[in-house]
Design a binder for this molecule. Structure first.
Ligand code: N01
Length: 865
């Protein structure tokens, strides 16, 4: 069933480059969907990475039962893995078995390297040139070229001089290599080195390992297939596979929600032990929620692993050299090993730390380092790959207007969903940069991509389209989201191949999608459900461009909103004020606790005959401190002095100031202006009692979130007009400043982002009357003048109903000559900045707010003293 086309006829409908795991599944799906296809493979046989990487010890590092196709549910009848982690020959046999069983070989041409691919705009076809056929045309080109398929060029001088045997783990000979009694060097200690070194040591007479960067490696605990997994599969295989698809990394697993330091040291140690004993990389990095995001948490875990290394390796100097200390665990891909560290206890195995004794060059007989000359019979290079983009760059691909892909990606790859790239119509990438790929179980990610691509071709055909291409803005938005995901992690802290840092001259860009397989899949599905959002399509049906950005929220904010939507919380406005308070208090108390501070004291302040409860946070440093009076959020209806606990702790620790969170009176019992009057009472009390509280009376600021921001702004105006107390700075976080419901943000962000417009109306209705609307104590934006107010930092959030009034207040302050820093928090919601420990992407914004407070408070100190 060829594609119905008004465009030029083509030799075939689809050309697939590569006959590895992805190419085989493409052949299966495309042939079943009725496409004419050709799979072109450079190697003499199918298998991709498993064809080439046949070095001794080569194994999968995801459990075998997870690393297989799920489209064929018959595996229990016709395929059984022999071990928890299968060897390369077994995996290759499996791929041959799949190809034979589903008659896929007839689509594959082996020994055929694709050298060039050119998009022909006039005829809407790809011209593909190979070493053999000069030109094959196809409507669609799918790159199933693998993420780790092009070996990195070895940049050690003298390579050509060595007279002995030379091997590359990524291009291992098919005939057995016998190292018996030989002097062997292995260069490189990534996964390939770690797997092959113990095997080579079994034969070699002498083995020297040249290590540039030590790795974190976990004992695989290889052996029989894990009984628990087998049982789950036997009971409900479909459910098991679905759980893998909806998991963070492609193996059924629940994302840890527990921050490391939220549990005592002994429990942490036990959890580390359990993760270690599991012998699974994905389990390891899921020991705690923040292993990959919090430097301190990561360091504790890294030290646990270093302890394991030191416990195995006898020689303390070698053990120390094998312990990674220069990058966080997980930021370079960890390894799974069998007896790796113990190998260094063998008397004829030696480690040379290239970091301290660099390789000068390769000689005719061996390797010279700065300090020593070594003689070898064989050199083994386990030096890695030009990852993720290497295989694409190896082909001369030119797109629209004859632009080469290499030039287009000169500053790093840019894709939409990791599936396509703007300017290159009908070119699909399987597990391309910008998708989870190497951070996930490749089998699951490959299947998802192949399914998406083939379903897309089917949808194009059904819709009368021939050509599809992402829009620039969709792609830019996606890449920003990819960056946002990576930005919440520690991945940038290592010189890894994830970043291209292993290849000299390669742009340093974090390439995979770090948000997780589950969230990634949701984005891909959403794009389709929204009629191919972010794509332009054309064909006999005409041209349809559905421009748009699929992910504009910060990734963790998106996850939180999805979780909340799934939990189905009732809307505030459906509750009584009391019920809403109880509900709100429960939700805020479930938040992670926030950082440690020096001291937390609950008290009651007595000012002007009004008693107000407060919670005081003192920094851990030595005082006296500046003092910040804080007003909590909750629309002047909900919340109390404790409901913003984590946020106050965070700001206290960051700004090194005392924070006093005040429990002002709430509506509807005591409506406007009670909250503002209480705010003034609290500020006067703090100014009068600063010294007794350990504070510095000359350095007083206010801060508030949401309705608390409104109070803080109003208090500054009242204090200015009264001439006292002196307030030296104001930090307003997503403040309400005029409750003008006609503003655009009230309609743009009416629903779906936590705080809804109807909830703001409900809160406003409890707090104030329409007649109060222009009172500056309710609507500080209505003040006659904003001149003379303390310097301000105003943080507004993109997806917040009250965004526009916060923006307007920041502009008005600046226009009135008030020193104003306006932070527009991209991808944030009304409350996400306050969700410390939950919304990591809020941390940089909180840091900016705290920095501003520090400056306000420090400047005042200089002026006074
Ligand atoms: O490659 P690598 P790999 N002088 O880049 C060193 C997958 N895989 O083939 O870290 C001296 O990790 C380099 O040092 P440094 C898996 O995803 C999976 O081992 O750059 N040393 C590093 O130690 C894996 O992560 C399995 O400082 C030099 C090593 O060589 C990925 O493939 C098995 C050097 C390269 O390590 C890549 O693993 C194998 C030089 N000039 C691979 N140049 C499974 O288990 C480089 N190095 C499924």
């Amino acid at each position: 069933m060829p594609v119905d086309s008004r465009f030029a006829a083509t030799d075939t409908d689809v050309i697939v480059v590569g006959a590895g795991f992805a190419g085989l599944y493409l052949a299966y799906r495309l042939s079943r969907a009725g496409y004419r296809l050709r799979v072109l493979e450079a190697a003499p046989d199918l298998g991709g990475t498993w064809y080439w990487n046949r070095y001794p010890g080569a194994r999968v590092d995801v459990p075998s039962v997870d690393y297989m196709y799920s489209f064929d549910p018959d595996w229990q009848q016709d395929w059984q893995w022999s071990e928890k982690y299968a060897t390369q020959p077994e995996i290759l046999r499996y791929l041959h078995h799949v190809a034979d069983k589903h008659d896929l070989r007839r689509h594959i041409t082996c020994g055929t390297r694709v050298e060039q691919a050119r998009w022909d705009e006039d005829n809407a076809v790809w011209h593909v040139c190979t070493g053999h056929d000069h030109d094959i045309t196809a409507r669609f080109l799918v790159m199933a070229t693998g993420c780790l398929s092009v070996p990195k060029h070895v940049d050690i001088p003298g390579m050509e001089r060595f007279a002995g045997e030379v091997y590359f783990t990524s291009r291992w000979p098919h005939d057995p290599v016998d190292f018996t009694g030989k002097r062997v060097a292995v260069i490189g200690t990534g996964s390939s080195g770690v797997q092959s070194i113990p095997m080579i040591a079994r034969q070699a007479g002498r083995l020297v390992v040249f290590q540039r960067t030590p790795t974190f490696s976990v004992p695989a605990g290889n052996g029989p297939l894990p009984a628990q997994k087998l049982e789950l599969l036997a009971t409900d295989e479909a459910g098991y596979r679905q759980a893998a698809r909806m998991s963070p990394a492609g193996v059924p697993m629940v994302r840890s929600q527990t921050p490391t330091f939220s549990v005592p040291a002994e429990e942490r140690r036990q959890r580390y032990e359990t993760a270690w004993e599991a012998g699974e990389l994905l389990v390891l990095l899921n020991a705690f929620a923040d292993v990959m995001s919090d430097r301190e948490a990561n360091e504790e875990f890294a030290e646990f692993i270093r302890g394991k290394i030191r416990a195995v390796v006898d020689d303390p100097q070698t053990a120390s050299a094998l312990c990674p200390t220069t990058y966080p665990v997980g930021s370079k891909r960890p390894c799974l090993d069998t007896g790796y560290y113990a190998t260094y206890n063998l008397p004829y195995v030696r480690l040379v730390d290239v970091a301290t004794d660099p390789i000068r060059g390769i000689t005719e007989t061996g390797i010279d380092t700065a300090a020593e000359s070594f003689e070898f019979d064989a050199l083994v290079f386990a030096t890695g790959f030009d990852a993720l983009t290497g295989a694409l760059a190896a082909i001369d691909i030119t797109g629209r207007d004859a632009v080469p892909l290499k030039d287009d990606w000169a500053n790093g790859p840019a894709t939409y969903l990791g599936l396509m790239t703007a300017g290159f119509p009908n070119l699909f990438l399987i597990t391309g940069p910008g998708s989870p790929s190497v951070l996930s179980n490749m089998a699951v990610s490959i299947e998802q991509h192949v399914d998406w691509v083939v379903d897309c071709l089917t949808d194009l055909r059904a819709g009368g389209f021939e050509v599809i291409e992402p829009t620039k803005s969709a792609q830019t938005g996606w890449m920003r989201h990819v960056d946002d995901c990576a930005g919440m992690t520690l991945y940038a802290c290592a010189n890894s191949w994830y970043l291209g840092a292993n290849v000299p001259g390669k742009p340093r860009v974090f390439m995979p999608y770090a948000g997780g397989v589950d969230f990634y899949r949701a984005a891909c599905d959403e794009v389709v459900a929204r009629d191919y959002l972010g794509f332009a399509r054309s064909g006999s049906a005409g041209v349809r461009c559905n421009d748009g950005v699929v992910r504009r929220l910060q990734p963790d904010v998106q996850m939180l909103l999805e979780q909340m939507a799934a939990a189905g919380s009732p809307p505030l406005e459906s509750m009584s004020a009391d019920d809403a308070r109880a509900f709100y208090a429960l939700w805020r108390s479930a938040l992670p606790p926030g950082p440690e501070v020096g001291e937390v004291v609950d008290g009651v302040l007595d000012g002007d005959g009004v008693e107000l409860a407060y919670r005081l946070y003192r920094p851990p440093s030595a005082g006296p401190y500046p003092v910040v009076v804080y007003f909590h959020g909750g629309g002047c209806v909900l919340g109390d002095a404790t409901t913003d606990d984590a946020f106050c702790r965070d700001l206290c620790a960051r700004s090194d100031a005392i924070f006093i969170s005040v429990d002002y009176r709430h509506a509807p019992e005591t409506p406007f202006p009670a909250a503002v009057l209480d705010g003034m009472t609290a500020v006067r009390w703090a100014a009068a009692n600063a010294t007794e509280l350990g504070g510095d009376p000359g350095r007083l600021a206010v801060c508030g979130w949401s309705a608390g921001g409104n109070i803080a702004a109003a208090v500054c105006q009242i204090a200015r007009d009264a001439g006292a107390p002196e307030i030296v700075g104001q930090a307003l976080v997503t403040p309400a400043t005029d409750y003008d419901f006609t503003r655009k943000s009230y309609s743009d962000n009416a629903d779906g982002y936590g705080l809804t417009t109807s909830a703001v109306r409900w809160l406003f209705g409890h707090y104030a009357r329409e007649a109060d609307r222009t009172d500056p104590r309710l609507a500080p934006l209505y003040a006659e003048s904003l001149a003379g107010l303390p310097p301000a930092v105003v943080a507004t959030a993109e997806f917040d109903p009250v965004r526009d009034e916060g923006d307007a207040y920041a502009r008005a302050l600046a226009a009135a000559g008030v020193a104003t820093e306006h932070i527009r928090a991209r991808g944030h919601t009304h409350d996400s900045l306050t969700l410390v420990g939950f919304v990591l992407s809020g941390a940089p914004v909180r840091a900016e707010i705290a920095d501003a407070l520090r400056r306000f408070l420090a400047a005042e100190r200089l002026a006074i003293h």
